[in-house]
Design a protein around this ligand. Structure first.
Ligand SMILES: Nc1ncnc2c1ncn2[C@@H]1O[C@H](COP(=O)(O)OP(=O)(O)O)[C@@H](O)[C@H]1O
Ligand SMILES: [Mg+2]
Length: 547
């Protein structure tokens, strides 16, 4: 929580303005009934201590003025709060993305993709509640209560004590109790909501399978079960919040009565005059606004803090590979692996693998599924650091090469190509933003996808649907290759580049690889013998070992 508060430091001025507006606004709101009662008392012929006597007309004008002022101040306060909140949310988002960039691709390849998505979307959003509706209300309530205790205490110290105890009960004890009571349900509701949306998303993605295998009824039952569970938890939460609200209301009434009783007793003992006792009661009665706002926060606070925890954990997470920021622009002079062993977790995936890719050569690797071929490609990209042995590019250890230079030297095409929402052209330009149309077409010809693109109604400007679902696996794969050709890195790593292609398209691609021989160095992984035909040397992998 202190970390979050620390973020607000640069905006302390706005925060102070918000608190001042809030306090002033609440004071206006409190003054309205107090002034009205004082006026009524003076009309009845009793003047209340130091309160000024106004003519009814002037009093009405002042009351109206206070009402308007209250509105303006409240507006200002909310504006400041939301200004702070959204400014900070933008800042936190960019920090989270910076740290995801630092952590990826290892982090994104891991199992907790779902939880990252919920942190990036839901958790950050929840911080709005903290920044806009928690920090300054606490300041406002504290200050307003201090002013009120001072005012009421000025009339009689005993009444001041009653007021202070009252504010503490309503503004601190009740929110803490509610927050503690609601904590388990709060956590459960977030987990259940996340599970429900995963289930729905899962079902949507697999809709074809669900229908084909007649599993719709089972899926629906699963859906009902999950939404019923969530609804139950939410009912518990709502019950907790309503109990809190009821307790708050009861406390407010009891405390106001206590003030009245204590005031009456003091008046009986001639410690204060009757109007002061009445005014103290009205002051007390009308000044619970800011603490009630705090009491209402109670239910949500635990959830907000839990979200904040997850965001901060992500910001603090240590990356698998440390980015190298300094180093020379080395040229590509071949790649090598020496006695490399690697494990994602416990289980060893690569065992003492050595490999040499001479500059200008085409090296092929075959091997059964699960033998560690993709892992080897990713280690050459330094998505992870090796457990033992070393990977080197141009005879320099890969973990000492400047990371952005490494990305310029190497280009990896994996089996699945991700296409962004946008036109085909946009998707290709990611690899080289300043490429000309001629260069685009050349790359697409080499990847055997130019003719396909030209057959589309809008050619290169054809939009690819969400997730590229409108394209077949083979078309996506060829676009991925075109991207890599366009990127024009001297070292191309192709992980099963032709797995989704028919013999004809495979032939075109192999021929263009062959044509680029000498200009580019290629490592190609495939389980197809036909793809290996283009390689100068081919190696085979078996359960993490090179043979
Ligand atoms: N991100 C990962 N985290 C943990 N284990 C992984 C990960 N990626 C792959 N593996 C495991 O590593 C082994 C080798 O996988 P992979 O390199 O993809 O083999 P191949 O490409 O030859 O099919 C497999 O047993 C796989 O389950
Ligand atoms: Mg693989």
């Amino acid at each position: 929580m202190w970390r979050l508060l620390g973020l607000t430091r640069p905006l302390a001025g706005v925060m102070a303005l918000s608190v001042i507006c809030g306090v002033a606004g609440h004071c206006c709101a409190i003054l309205i009934p107090v002034l009205a009662v004082a006026e009524a008392l003076s009309l009845a012929g009793v003047t209340a201590g130091a309160w000024p006597a106004l003519s009814p007309g002037a009093c009405a004008a002042v009351l109206a003025g206070l009402g308007v002022l209250r509105g303006v101040l409240h507006y200002l306060e909310q504006t400041c709060n939301h200004y702070i909140a959204f400014k900070l949310l933008a800042q936190v988002r960019s920090q989270v993305f910076a740290s995801l960039r630092r952590l990826s691709p290892a982090k994104l390849a891991g199992a907790d993709k779902g939880s990252i998505i919920s942190t990036v979307t839901a958790d950050i959003e929840l911080l709005e509640v903290f920044f806009a509706h928690t920090v300054s209300p606490v300041g406002i309530a504290t200050l307003t209560c201090a002013v009120m205790v001072r005012l009421i205490g000025g009339l009689a110290w005993q009444l001041g004590v009653v007021a202070a105890v009252g504010y503490l009960l309503v503004g601190v004890a009740v929110p803490l109790a509610v927050s503690r009571a609601c904590a388990p349900a709060g956590v459960a509701s977030r987990t259940q909501a996340a599970a429900l949306s995963t289930y729905v998303l899962d079902g949507l993605r697999g809709l074809a399978e669900v229908l084909q295998f007649g599993a719709a009824a089972t899926r629906l039952d699963g859906l009902d079960e999950r939404s019923e569970g969530l609804a139950q938890t939410q009912r518990r939460l709502a019950a907790g919040a309503s109990t809190g609200a009821a307790v708050t209301q009861a406390l407010v009434t009891v405390l106001s009565l206590t003030t009245l009783v204590v005031g009456a007793a003091l008046w009986g003992a001639s410690s204060i005059d009757a109007p002061s006792a009445v005014l103290a009661t009205v002051l007390q009665l009308s000044s619970f606004g800011p603490v009630i706002a705090l009491a209402n926060l109670g239910g949500g606070l635990q959830g907000t803090l839990a979200s904040a925890r997850r965001v901060i954990d992500l910001l603090d997470e240590e990356p698998q590979v440390e980015e190298v920021l300094e180093g020379d622009d080395i040229a590509f002079e071949g790649a090598a692996m020496k006695n490399v062993s690697f494990a994602y977790d416990e289980e060893r995936v690569l065992d003492n693998v050595s490999l040499s890719v001479p500059v200008g050569g085409i090296v092929g690797i075959t091997g059964a599924s699960g033998s560690g071929k993709s892992t080897l490609c990713r280690l050459l990209m330094r998505f992870w650091d090796v457990t033992r042995g070393q990977v080197s590019i141009s005879a320099q250890r890969i973990d000492t090469i400047r990371t952005d230079r490494l990305r310029e030297l190497e280009s990896l095409v994996e089996q699945d190509t991700y296409l962004f929402h946008g036109s085909i052209k946009d998707n290709l330009l990611i690899a080289r933003p300043d490429a000309s149309q001629g260069q685009l077409e050349e790359a697409c010809r080499a990847a055997s996808v130019h003719d396909f693109i030209m057959s589309l109604p809008r050619g290169y400007d054809t939009p690819v649907g969400e997730l590229g679902d409108t394209l077949s696996g083979g078309e996506r794969q060829r676009l991925g290759l075109a991207r890599a050709f366009l990127h024009d890195a001297p070292f191309l790593i192709l992980d099963e580049p032709t797995s989704n292609l028919d013999a004809l398209n495979e032939g075109v691609i192999l021929r263009s690889l062959d044509e680029q021989r000498g200009r580019r160095t290629v490592l190609v992984v495939s389980h197809r013998a036909s793809t290996m035909a283009v390689a100068d040397a081919s190696l085979s992998m078996d359960r993490g070992r090179m043979s």
